[in-house]
Write a protein that binds this ligand. Structure first.
Ligand code: FPP
Length: 255
C-alpha cells in the first residue's frame, strides 16, 4: 500500500485515533508494558509524519485518558515521563515539519513539568500552518461535556446566554475542540470495539474504523489502509443514497 492508492481530493480533514494495545503488544513479547509504550511512540512519530505528508489537517491522538490515572503509579509516572521526553525531543522536528501542537483535556491535572514542556512546544509551533496535532491528555469526553454544561449554565445565570440560543454551534464553542472541525474518521487499534469516553459529542457522524493491530504495529501501511477504507464508504448524514450522489445544486432544485 502506498500513498498513490489514496484519493487526495477526498481526504478526511480530521482523523482521531485511540492508540490501544501497547501493553498487550509488549506482553506478547515477554516485555513489560512500558516497553510497549516506548514502541508506541515510534508509531506516533510515523503516523504524524505520514498524516502531514499526505495533507491531513487535524490529527487527534488519545494519549492519556482521565481513567488512565487509575493505572499502577509506576505506569502513570512512566507514561508522563515518556510524554515529556518525547515532546522535548520532537518539538524541533514538529516545527520543521510545519506541525502545530495542541493539547485538549484537564491540563491542570498534568504534572508541572509536563505542562511546562507542552506549553513550550505549543509556543514554538504556534505559527505553523500544516498538520494540527492535538494530544488528548487527561481527557475524557464526559469531563469535557460536563464542563461545557457548567460554563453554559453560568452564562445563562448571568444573562449572557439565553437557553434558546443554545444550538449545536454554540455548544461546540464550549468544547475543548472548539477550534477544530469534527473528525470524519475515528480509528481504534487493538481489537476493542469501544469509544471509551473519547470525543463523544464530536464523533456523532464519524466513520469508525476498528483494527486488531496493536498500536506499536500500526504504521504507515495500516494508516493508509484505514483512510482507503474510509474513502470507500458512503457518508449519508441521515439522508438517502440518491441524495448523496446528486450534486448539491440538484438537491436544492428538487426540494
Ligand atoms: C494504550 O495501550 C496506550 C496508552 C494508554 C498510552 C498511549 C501513549 C503512547 C503511545 C506513548 C506516548 C504518546 C505520545 C503522543 C508521545 P494500553 O496500555 O491500554 O494497552 P493494553 O490495552 O494492551 O493494555
Amino acid at each position: 500500500m502506498d500513498q498513490q492508492a489514496i484519493d487526495k481530493t477526498s481526504l478526511p480533514k480530521h482523523i482521531a485515533i485511540i492508540m490501544d494495545g501497547n501493553g498487550r503488544w509488549a506482553k506478547e513479547r515477554g516485555q513489560d508494558r512500558i516497553y510497549g509504550h516506548h514502541e508506541g511512540v515510534l508509531s506516533v512519530r510515523e503516523i504524524v509524519n505520514v498524516a502531514g505528508e499526505i495533507g491531513i489537517k487535524y490529527l487527534t491522538l488519545y494519549a492519556f485518558s482521565t481513567e488512565n490515572w487509575n493505572r499502577p503509579k509506576e505506569e502513570v509516572a512512566a507514561l508522563m515521563e515518556l510524554l515529556v521526553a518525547t515532546i522535548r525531543k520532537e518539538a524541533d522536528e514538529l516545527n520543521k515539519n510545519n506541525v502545530r501542537l495542541h493539547v485538549i483535556g484537564d491540563f491542570a491535572a498534568l504534572p508541572e513539568v509536563c505542562q511546562k514542556e507542552m506549553n513550550e512546544a505549543m509556543g514554538i509551533t504556534a505559527n505553523n500552518t500544516g498538520l494540527n496535532l492535538i494530544l488528548a491528555l487527561s481527557y475524557s469526553a464526559k469531563w469535557e461535556i460536563l464542563n461545557a454544561v457548567k460554563q453554559i449554565s453560568q452564562n445563562v445565570q448571568i444573562g449572557k446566554l439565553q437557553p434558546t440560543d443554545i444550538t449545536d454551534e454554540i455548544f461546540h464553542q464550549y468544547l475543548s475542540t472548539h477550534a477544530f472541525p469534527d473528525p470524519e474518521l475515528m480509528i481504534r487499534t487493538s481489537g476493542e470495539n469501544r469509544i471509551s469516553n473519547f470525543l463523544l459529542y464530536q464523533l456523532a457522524y464519524s466513520e469508525l474504523y476498528f483494527t486488531a493491530t496493536h498500536w506499536p504495529d500500526f504504521r504507515k501501511k495500516q494508516f493508509l489502509q484505514a483512510i482507503l477504507d474510509y474513502q470507500q464508504r458512503e457518508r449519508r448524514f441521515g439522508m438517502i443514497s440518491e441524495q448523496i450522489q446528486t450534486p448539491q445544486s440538484e438537491n436544492a432544485k428538487n426540494q
